[in-house]
Design a binder for this molecule. Sequence first.
Ligand SMILES: [Zn+2]
Length: 417
Amino acid sequence: MIEIDGERLNARLDAFAAIGATASGGVNRQALTEGDRQARRLLADLAWKRGFSVFQDPIANLFIHRAGRDDSLPPVMIGSHLDSQPAGGRFDGALGTLSAFEVLESLDDAGIETERPIVVVAWTNEEGCRFAPGCMGSTAFSAGEIPVGWQEKMTTDGVSFADELKVTIKSLQTAQMLPLGFSVHAYFEVHIEQGPSLEASDIPIGVVVGIQGTRWLEVIVKGQTAHAGTTGLSFRRDPLRALAGSLSSLYETIMPADPDARFTVGRISVDPGSVNAIPDEVYCTIDMRHPNPARLDEIEQLARSSIAGEAARQGCVVAISRSFDMAPCTFAADLQQAIERAAAARGFKSTRMMSGAFHDALFVNRIAPAAMVFVPCRDGLSHNEAEHVKPEHAVAGCQVLAHATLLIATGPGRAGS
Ligand SMILES: [Zn+2]
């Protein structure tokens, strides 16, 4: 049995929340900013103080290594991210990263040796709000290379990704550089749920079975702009009317019929955007999510045919393209079981659940067995300065992480592998 130090964990969460703290109690510690660098330095300093080795790779993923009895074995990796949204919360990312570090410290405090090394990771740029896409660190790590085009990325105010990356790596000069990607035995990530279901069912531990698939569409409906007052009904080719009619029926069918489906239009623009002219063209995005790839196909087909049908009825033409496609992921069954066993051993109720959002674990899962532990957050809120996790839930998540990590790191092989 391993006991984590809950007070130390919660004090650490406070200390990191002070870096990039906002007036309303949240954090603004966007990826590769000075705040992000400060948080990385603090974590590295804490690690050095304990005698752990600190490494980074060419995309500034930060690794803290605690040796195993057989240090040549691939490590059990645990962690999350330290970057935040511009008006982000204190727990999204930080909870998983600091819980992982707490596991290393408690193992050390208790003098527990593990067969395998354990590596804590803080992935670079999970949020993707300053430089898109998100999960850059874990994506590059699992691909073994930095994808083409990333180095040329700029923020909207002209700051270059390549420059910020260089400065960030330099700010931890004493951390040894590793090449991108290495062999990982298993990966665990603790994260806030970012949804309301654990809190609503009063269950402290979510065993995440996978991450639902996401697909984005870009829709353009083209009609003909004309005078709003003089153009009679039979002469109108109104693309907004076509889109609105179709969206209304899609809203009324997709989600009510299928509780696992998500259908969101988050961006819409109308051209020329004049108060007294029928629009010439409308544009919108569609975000569709589902755990089942076949259902995702069906939802896409439904959206395409509905929009095309309405457009034809209004004398408009439509162009729809996919701008993003992320297949659903299923986490390793034996790691899910390890989390369940850990929760039961520590007396915490747990439930299996799907993740609605992406996480670094999705990308790690491409190269190593991965799984996640969710803890409840107040009102399901995240990406919000009011994001809140009860101290006892932070402790529960960390305790389960510690127990599950030990289950996997002490034996030479994974159960069932
Ligand atoms: Zn996160």
